[in-house]
Design a protein around this ligand. Structure first.
Ligand SMILES: [Zn+2]
Length: 456
């Protein structure tokens, strides 16, 4: 009989904290995030920050604050058929308030489902385009009948602030290790309560040790949070010598490391060494400008050595952004295993402190054929520009694009991230695997929108 592996206590502690955080309806702003930060504060002395609505952060503006009390859809006979109290995924995240009676066809315009996974509720957002909506199983969608439906979203979207938490552990040196996770997803466990509990317990553990590096932990809403944090702390980002974005660290898949944009930084080599020595299977991925907050930390204006250590890569597990990413999907033993890998990375960084002579991380690029190639410069190199302002990005968020090569938004992200004056369109095409013609076409569009300047 196979011997059962004992789960380290820390795995159970992380799991219990995840279960406590699970019911909270979070978003990029609002009380759900504050409640989450309060629960983290029970473990570590978190510094809480609020940035007011309307504050400009690079190309972005802090949005209005969203809060929700209730939401439902009722049939004309009074039967509640969709109920926010049963799952907060039922509401399109950031839905504006509505109280109305609508026909079936009007209702259908505001429903989101997963036809390929008919038993699951999808997670969808509409942060920057005012809309209301509900997410339901496709099975339920197919059973809806002609009727007059009462729709209620009891939410507020008002001036307020964006909340985030930060915890700093001072080491001997001013050089910092950045560990970041996002706090904006409602009831989903792997993405990304797993990252929150991992970093909370890592911080709790590190604070008792004598450390050479200083450690900065960020608990921020994805994208807007990292952009806001970098903007507020721009004068200090040069202190960041290594960094990791923690997400999806609690599923049964093998560990996956997505390298930093630099590709050969000390953090890249350190994580790869730890995974090699772990005796477990693992996967290494090159950097791509699609994913989580590493997109902002690795934008060409900063190019920080920040990678992402996950288990199954987001978009690659079928439970991703659905109601199946629940407390059954994540297990204490996998959280414990991820904790041990993160901790080993830190021990190795500490061990190599001052010994690792920075190598030339410059990538060798093939010569540019200026007759058949073009070189552009991203005019917003600090974090990503807000693409929906130019009509180049979808209005409904959280739909996995799975890094599909034929996807125009992916080509746009690659061009913006690599138009640093050194990479030509052919280099970008080679590195991304996206057809040169498509890269050229997307660059033309970005040039017309004045997001790029042609230099060759
Ligand atoms: Zn997500």
């Amino acid at each position: 009989m196979k011997k059962l592996k004992k789960i380290p206590e820390i795995g159970t502690e992380m799991y219990d904290m995840m279960v406590k955080l699970y019911p909270i309806c979070r978003s990029i702003t609002g009380d759900g995030v504050r409640k989450t930060l309060d629960i983290i504060s029970e473990q570590i002395p978190l510094e809480k920050h609020e940035i007011l609505t309307g504050t400009e952060v690079f190309d972005w503006t802090i949005p209005k604050e969203w809060n929700i009390k209730d939401a439902y859809v009722k049939k004309s006979n009074g039967e509640k058929i969709i109920d926010f109290q049963k799952s907060n995924l039922h509401v399109l995240n950031y839905s504006v308030p509505v109280h109305n009676t609508v026909s079936l066809s009007e209702l259908k315009d505001h429903l989101f489902t997963l036809p390929d996974q008919p038993a699951l509720i999808p997670y969808r957002t509409s942060y920057y385009h005012e809309n209301w909506g509900f997410c339901i199983t496709h099975k339920q969608f197919l059973q809806l009948e002609e009727d007059e439906y009462e729709v209620v979203v009891d939410s507020t979207l008002e001036d307020g602030s964006l909340s985030y938490g930060e915890y700093f552990i001072k080491g001997e040196s001013e050089d910092e290790v950045l560990l970041s996770c996002y706090t904006c997803h409602p009831s989903m466990c792997n993405d990304n309560l797993s990252g929150i509990v991992l970093l909370t317990f890592l911080a709790k553990h590190l604070k008792n040790l004598s450390l050479k590096y200083s450690y900065r932990f960020l608990f921020i809403p994805e994208t807007i949070g990292s952009i806001a944090w970098i903007c507020k702390n721009e004068h200090n980002v040069a202190k960041i010598k290594h960094g990791l974005v923690a997400s999806c660290v609690g599923d049964s898949g093998i560990s996956t490391y997505k390298k930093s944009r630099q590709g050969n930084a000390e953090i890249d080599q350190t994580v790869i060494d730890v995974l090699k020595n772990s005796g477990d299977d693992y996967k290494i991925m090159d950097y791509e400008p699609y994913g989580s907050d590493e997109r902002q930390f690795c934008s060409p204006g900063f190019n920080l050595p920040v990678g992402s250590l996950v288990r199954t890569y987001p978009f690659h597990f079928t439970e991703y952004h659905t109601s199946a990413d629940n407390t059954e999907f994540v297990k204490a033993e996998y959280l414990a295993d991820s904790f041990s890998k993160y901790f080993k990375v830190i021990l190795k960084l500490e061990e190599n402190f001052g010994k690792f002579y920075s190598k030339n991380n410059e990538e060798e690029l093939p010569e540019i054929d200026s007759k058949n190639d073009q070189v552009f410069l991203n005019l917003n190199p600090k974090c990503e520009p807000k693409l929906d302002k130019t009509g180049m990005y979808g209005k409904i968020g959280a739909i996995p694009c799975e890094g599909k090569k034929g996807n125009d938004s992916l080509a746009i992200l690659w061009i913006l991230n690599f138009s640093d004056g050194k990479h030509s369109l052919r280099h970008i095409s080679l590195r991304s695997g996206i057809d040169f013609k498509q890269v050229k076409q997307a660059a033309k569009l970005l040039h017309e929108k004045k997001l790029l300047k042609r230099i060759l």
